[in-house]
Design a protein. Structure first.
Length: 127
């Protein structure tokens, strides 16, 4: 198997794993997270090897953290669980202006009360 083929399989595997982990999130965060992941993976299709390595490392770290938090939620479903973690200041300083802008937009969308998405969980009755 060529290294390119192996890399493509690793990227797809991570992408699918993240989307599966998003199922543990509240519906509004799942929708927002799924769209963000799709956009980011699409945006990095032609990234250089250095960016790709860092991209994969950061998304692996995210998937690992989310898996741990999802397991905690499963073992104690009565708790009002908060997902995610604070971004260390050093990581913020390492981001480019474009990345800071994206992060700011994501934070605004995740914290506003009237999100741009119309989300239904399938349990509502059609009229």
């Amino acid at each position: 198997m060529s290294s390119l083929t192996l890399h493509v399989l690793q990227v797809r595997s991570l992408y699918k794993r993240i989307l599966l982990l998003h199922r543990a999130l509240p519906l509004d965060l799942k929708t927002l997270g799924d769209q963000y992941v799709k956009d980011e993976f699409r945006r990095h299709k032609s990234a250089n090897p250095t960016e790709t390595k860092r991209f994969m490392k950061e998304w692996e770290s995210y998937a690992s953290m989310l898996a741990q938090q999802a397991n905690e939620k499963l073992s104690n479903p009565a708790t009002n669980m908060r997902f995610g973690k604070s971004l260390p200041e050093q990581k913020l300083e390492d981001l480019r202006e474009e990345q800071l802008g994206q992060l700011h937009e994501l934070m605004q969308e995740a914290t506003k009360t009237n999100r741009q998405f119309n989300i239904f969980d399938g349990t509502e009755q059609k009229k």
